[in-house]
Ligand binder design. Structure first.
Ligand SMILES: *[C@@H]1O[C@H](CO)[C@@H](O)[C@H](O)[C@H]1NC(C)=O
Ligand SMILES: *[C@@H]1O[C@H](CO)[C@@H](O)[C@H](O)[C@H]1NC(C)=O
Ligand SMILES: *[C@@H]1O[C@H](CO)[C@@H](O)[C@H](O)[C@H]1NC(C)=O
Length: 814
């Protein structure tokens, strides 16, 4: 009993709470080192060591005997093997094992119970050291998320006591106890998650026991992935986008890219862009891609719209939107040429318009802007015009100098309008300007004097020449009328001579002209235009009448009288070259037509006489002999030089005799030239007879009268021949009775020397005058000086000029 008490004491020593028991109980901590003392058995059993040794004390029976060993020598019980309480007992508490110690001699059996005390040798552990949660950001507050429990093999205080979550703002931890006493925790959302702010959370959950020092703990990492919720609308990164685009840019030209940003993730971040108003006409001009790039789709014309405003929406998959504005400014391109429009234009313009006269007003427009629309105008040609700009875009076309229709009657004025673009565009407008006429030019004759020849004997009405005056003016101002200025020619108005066709300027002879009367006509023709007032100019017209060979030569001497015979006396003593007489003829024509030549046509004796071709002098060409007939008859032909020539013949009777009676007898002999034909002879004889009879009758009468008169006057007329008074040539017209129709003055040869025919065709009117009266039988008187041959009583037939012998057998009618 004592022993038991002792054990109790021992027990009390070791463990005060142990009841004094018959059994020996030891409490040891688990995990003691091998050899560690468990208890002094000998002492506790009250046995001495000898007994132990003699009793051969040993541990028998019982479970888990391997853990302890009895050290009989010392009487101690020591740890034989590591004791793991958790292995030995698990969760069971208290944990103990029991064995018996056997003693022989006497046999004693002592039960020993060893309680293994827990030592905090196990930490709480989680099965996974990593936990993952995916929580939508839209999760409601208060949402709970159960966390994995941790295990702790220890028991009691050393078992899991508490969970701890690293501090964070979103979750709090809430711990619960299962019915079996185990503890678990859950996270409770106390603040909304925002993926956009914090897409991931990493938390640490600690499980701790309370096993004194050191506390042991286990951790688990909790990764929270915040799942996206479409809680963000797209947001444009600019509220207004600005872009410029060139007008006429081709289709598919890139304009700008708009960008909206959606804070969400994934599908919620897929943004599409579109025009807010899909029906807007702008949708035909631009297109926007899903990615926000804007391209040109239609025609952009600066002149139509200078600025576009597009409203653009961005929308994410979740249907959240934002909108923005794109302002597209169109830049001008010089694609419009200036446009010229005519406000007014005056044509024709009068040529007397002063410089500066406005011809037209034009308006020039260019739809482009800036330099592209800055237009300047100029005139293309080098014309006397200029263009002025007084108002913006308005230009006036004015004359720059005096116009002259006669130089330029029409202008094509091309106005060129050019803008300031690069390259510049231009437009042209041509103005066809006519210059209207003003009567500023008088008609002009190209010559200052017109002369024309008109052959005489023209037929009346013949055109002589045409006057043409030019008037550079136009129409009525250039319509020239020709008018003869009044003047008179020889006392009659010019209109009786010529007329001018008013329109054609043809000058016509009104009548037939006779060169022998009028040799030239000089008059003034006026050319006058039809302007108002009219202008005119004068020209002198000279019409020269041309001579025609219309007059045959007229033989003045010897006078060809019908019945009388005039004979020239040639003395038989005449030398060779003796000037018998001179045929004098005139031609009233002029020039060649009056240039006379003399030829011997017939002669009784051709060998005796010759006629001077130019002067008509008849001379002997050989010595006159006695054999030569008294009566010589020469036919001289006088021709003018006209074309065709005209001629006259004259018969010259020459008496080769020394005395007048000889001649007379010869001539009264009624000798007839054998050359004369019978007819002529007959008439001649007849005429002679008649004439003789008349002569005698006249003679008787005249003598009677003359004798009667003579008795009263002092002038006694010896001869019975009639006297023809001398009339000075100027008096020819005043001859009163009109019996003399023509008076001719001519010059005859006058020489003192009969051998020489020194003919001086000087003025001899006062010396020699022949008066001829063809209507009468023609009595010729030659007057020499102041002395009439009739004044010489002794030789009425002798003339002082020996070569001129006057012989009159004819009795004048009076
Ligand atoms: C907006 O986005 C566009 C396109 O990415 C970019 O070019 C532009 O610079 C952005 N604007 C701002 C203000 O960041
Ligand atoms: C003006 O132009 C017209 C038409 O082209 C042409 O017939 C005429 O001859 C021109 N006139 C001048 C003076 O160039
Ligand atoms: C033309 O002549 C007439 C008369 O001879 C004269 O009155 C007139 O002034 C002259 N005209 C001109 C333009 O010379």
């Amino acid at each position: 009993m004592c022993a038991l008490a002792h054990v109790c004491v021992v027990l009390l020593l070791f463990k005060s709470i142990l009841n004094c028991d018959a059994q020996i109980r030891y409490s040891i901590q688990e995990e003691l080192k091998t050899g560690s003392l468990v208890g002094n058995i000998a002492q506790d059993l009250g046995l001495d060591l000898k007994r132990l040794r003699s009793g051969r004390a040993r541990i028998v029976t019982g479970e888990n005997i391997q853990y302890t060993q009895l050290h009989a020598d010392k009487g101690t019980l020591i740890v034989n093997e590591r004791i793991d309480r958790e292995q030995l007992c698990g969760d069971v508490t208290p944990c103990s094992f029991t064995f018996e110690i056997l003693l022989e001699n006497p046999m004693e059996l002592h039960p020993v119970t060893i309680e293994v005390l827990d030592v905090n040798d196990n930490a709480p552990t989680f099965q996974n050291n990593h936990l993952e949660f995916e929580i939508s950001e839209s999760a409601a507050l208060g949402s709970r998320f159960v966390l994995e429990s941790a295990d702790d093999a220890d028991v009691g205080q050393n078992d899991l006591q508490n969970y701890v979550l690293t501090s964070n703002e979103y979750f709090v931890l809430k711990q619960h106890v299962n019915p079996d006493g185990s503890k678990y925790a859950e996270m409770v959302l106390q603040k909304s998650l925002d993926r956009e702010e914090q897409p991931r959370l990493s938390l640490k959950l600690l499980a701790v026991d309370d096993g004194g020092v050191p506390q042991k703990s286990g951790t688990v990492i909790i990764d929270v992935t915040v799942l996206d919720a479409n809680d963000n609308a797209p947001v444009f990164n600019q509220s207004v986008y600005k872009a410029t685009v060139m007008e006429n840019a081709p289709k598919e030209t890139y304009v700008i890219t708009v960008k909206a940003i959606d804070a969400d993730y994934g599908a919620n971040n897929i943004i599409t862009y579109y025009f807010s108003d899909r029906n807007s006409p702008l949708a035909d001009l631009f297109r926007i891609t899903d990615s926000g790039a804007i391209y040109i789709k239609g025609d952009v014309d600066y002149e139509k719209v200078k600025k576009y405003e597009l409203r653009i929406d961005a929308k994410d998959q979740g249907g959240l939107t934002d909108s923005s504005k794109v302002i597209i400014e169109v830049t001008d391109v010089n694609d419009n040429a200036p446009d010229i429009s005519v406000m007014s234009f005056t044509s024709p313009v009068s040529e007397d318009s002063p410089p500066g006269t406005t011809i037209g007003i034009i308006n020039v427009k260019d739809l482009d802007s800036g330099d592209n629309g800055q237009v300047s105008c100029k005139i293309e040609q080098n014309a006397p015009f200029k263009i002025k700009s007084n108002l913006r875009n308005y230009y006036t076309l004015v004359t720059d100098s005096v116009l002259d229709r006669e130089i330029v009657s029409e202008y094509n004025i091309t106005v060129v309008a050019t803008d300031g673009g690069i390259p510049p565009l231009s437009a042209k407008k041509t103005f066809s300007l006519k210059v209207s006429d003003v009567n500023d030019n008088a008609p002009v004759f190209p010559q200052s004097l017109y002369s024309a020849f008109l052959p005489e004997n023209n037929s009346p009405g013949v055109s002589v020449l045409t006057l043409i005056a030019k008037d550079p003016d136009e129409n009525q101002n250039a319509r020239v009328s020709y008018i003869v200025e009044d003047s008179s020619i020889g006392g009659s108005p010019i209109s009786q001579y010529v007329s001018v066709n008013v329109e054609t300027g043809v000058i016509q002879a009104v009548r037939s002209f006779d060169y022998e009367q009028i040799k030239e006509l000089i008059f003034v023709v006026k050319a006058q235009d039809g302007g108002s007032p009219p202008l005119s100019s004068n020209v002198t017209v000279k019409i020269l009448i041309q001579d025609q060979n219309d007059n045959p030569p007229q033989v003045l001497y010897p006078v060809q009288t019908g019945g009388s015979v005039v004979a020239e006396m040639v003395p038989r003593s005449a030398e060779v070259g003796y000037l018998v007489t001179k045929v004098v003829a005139v031609d009233v024509d002029s020039g060649q037509n009056a240039w006379l030549s003399y030829k011997l046509q017939k002669a009784t004796d051709r060998a005796l006489f010759e006629v001077g071709l130019q002067n008509g002098e008849i001379r002997t060409i050989r010595q006159v002999t006695d054999k030569d007939a008294v009566k010589q008859r020469l036919t001289v032909i006088v021709e003018d030089n006209g074309q065709p020539s005209r001629s006259a013949t004259v018969i010259v009777n020459v008496a080769v005799a020394d005395s007048f009676p000889e001649v007379l007898s010869e001539f009264t002999d009624s000798t007839h030239d054998k050359e004369y034909n019978d007819n002529l002879t007959f008439y001649l004889v007849l005429a002679l007879a008649v004439v003789s009879f008349l002569f005698i009758t006249c003679l008787v009468v005249i003598i009677s009268v003359k004798i009667y008169r003579w008795r009263q006057s002092r002038i006694l007329y010896h001869s019975s021949l009639p006297v023809i008074p001398y009339y000075p040539p100027r008096y020819s017209d005043t001859l009163g009775t009109g019996t003399l129709q023509h008076v001719y003055n001519y010059e005859v040869c006058r020489t003192t020397d009969s051998r020489k025919s020194d003919c001086k065709f000087g003025r001899a009117a006062s010396q020699n005058v022949l008066v001829m009266d063809p209507s009468s039988t023609g009595t010729m008187q030659r007057m020499q000086g102041e002395k009439s041959i009739l004044d010489e009583p002794d030789s009425p037939l002798e003339v002082s000029c020996p070569y001129l012998t006057y012989f009159c057998v004819t009795c004048p009618l009076w």
